[in-house]
Design a protein around this ligand. Structure first.
Ligand SMILES: [Cu+2]
Length: 157
């Protein structure tokens, strides 16, 4: 009888310790921004030959409990890449550079035509549909990730 009791106690204790461990791991934010952000459906807009500018779109999904910020982008296909936003100014759609795109904790941010986008400026060659371009995304904490991005034809808005 005593032995069974000890066994049960031991089992209970093990379960308790395991449960505590799991909880501790979840609440410790030890992952960097690049590991916390999942890039969904990235693409670059195919442009007519000779164009020196195009845009990249994607959704950034933040799985961490911390807000993450995209602060700079480099593209293997262009001399520069800038973070841009479209805005209505006096009834006119205008676009301009912004410092960053914030992704709230456990949330996502969409880059899409008419909103946030990455501007590729000074294309080194014409990009054809189906081409893959390395895009390096750098976050505020200094971490970065390279996303293989497909060139796709999209309808004009
Ligand atoms: Cu732009």
């Amino acid at each position: 009888m005593t032995r069974i009791y000890q066994c049960t106690l031991f089992l209970l204790f093990s379960v308790f310790v395991t449960a505590c461990d799991n909880k501790k791991q979840e609440s410790t934010p030890n992952t960097n921004a690049a590991d916390s952000i999942t890039i969904i459906d990235p693409y670059i807009r195919a442009m007519p030959p000779g164009q020196k500018v195009t845009a990249m779109f994607m959704t950034m999904d933040n799985t961490s409990a911390t807000m993450q910020e995209l602060v700079s982008v480099e593209s293997a296909a262009s001399e520069h890449a800038e973070i841009h936003q479209h805005k209505m100014v006096d009834g006119m759609m205008q676009m301009g550079q912004v410092e960053k795109i914030s992704v709230n904790a456990k949330s996502s941010a969409a880059l899409q035509p008419g909103g946030f986008h990455i501007m590729l400026i000074g294309l080194k060659k014409d990009l054809a549909q189906g081409d893959m371009v390395d895009m390096k995304l750098t976050f505020k904490d200094g971490s970065s990730k390279t996303v293989k991005t497909e060139v796709k034809k999209i309808e004009v808005h």
